[in-house]
Design a protein around this ligand. Sequence first.
Ligand SMILES: Nc1ncnc2c1ncn2[C@@H]1O[C@H](COP(=O)(O)OP(=O)(O)O)[C@@H](O)[C@H]1O
Ligand SMILES: [Mg+2]
Length: 394
Amino acid sequence: MTLRVGVVGGGQLARMMIAPAVELGVELRVLAEEDAMAASLAATAVGDYRDAETVLAFARDVDVVTFDHEHDKLVMRARLEELGLPQPEWAAVTDSAQLQEFLDAHGGRAVVKTPRGGYDGKGVRVVSAGHEADDWFAALAEDARGGALLVEELVDFSRELAQQVARRPGGQRAVYPVVETVQRGGVCVEAIAPAPHVTARCADVAAHIGTTIAEGLDVVGMLAVELFETVDERLLVNELAMRPHNSGHWTQDGAVTSQFEQHLRAVLDLPLGDPSPWARWSVMVNILGGPSEGGMTDRLPAALDAHAEAKVHTYGKAPRAGRKVGHVNVTGEDLDEAVYAARATAALTTDAVILLFSPKQAFSHGDRAAAGVRAVGCRRARLSADSPVKVSRR
Ligand SMILES: Nc1ncnc2c1ncn2[C@@H]1O[C@H](COP(=O)(O)OP(=O)(O)O)[C@@H](O)[C@H]1O
Ligand SMILES: [Mg+2]
């Protein structure tokens, strides 16, 4: 009998499960929030995932259900504490006086987060005074579930990493290599797999954190652990995603088993696939915004023509400033070349000011001294990403 997986949420994550589902002969059914979403091709129901009846009716016709929604960040912090895992200092605060108290105890600056409903930096704010989250406190007061805001110390990280682990119900696991991610304005812009210049110890610790969480929280499916790497090489858990994650899009073209196929295997309790990368480097660059006129399709020929080795993935979403509308994957033996090709290809699909010169060039523009020896690869990537250089277009 055909296995049926129900995905609650009709965005790009569900969309990218369609191809591996077809290949495995699995029937994918999607409960989409509205018509014409990224995963509309597999949408069998449209409705509100917060309505229990809607979700139950959807679940009745499938073998397993998987959600691509975020969880409560306060609950997550408390559970991570129980598991004894390293994380930023944090507190739950219910008013501006409590927030001010936390600020006073943590150097006058902190990060406030709404526990639910945030993504891509929405719901994350750096504050230096207790009143700077008054609008969020007011919104909480109106929320029937009430509750508190999460406040965290502002971590002075050298870079951000992400660790992915897949887990089957019986406990079988597949551990992906730890990757470096670059966020701008709270939104992931790039990921490099494996993380450049990562020490064996750091990779081990990241894997250990990932597997501890997968076991401790009894995760079934893909788990992504967002991590901060501090200058003294400590890892702190930023947040979790129990679903395929942007930091793992590289696996579509750079790993033996993509995170989307792996997620399906795990939730169906099928044997997991090999998570190994098959190329030395994989680089993923997000396409943010898309073209200001016309659609992505108009830009496709130029983008595909730019670098034959680049793989362009589009989400079928209408272009809008800052919106994730696709990504580009490039694999190869030379990191600089892969970064360049991925950025160049992404740049041709969007009007945003992009990052278009090679890390090598960027490095010579940048602060060599600050780059240090150990962190050269990642610094280079970050310097070029932040450089205000306009893309030249053909
Ligand atoms: N405690 C912190 N200290 C420093 N930067 C942070 C902290 N928390 C979050 N950030 C920055 O904000 C980004 C988004 O925060 P995150 O909690 O991951 O929210 P989202 O759910 O929007 O991804 C992180 O990737 C990181 O760049
Ligand atoms: Mg995040």
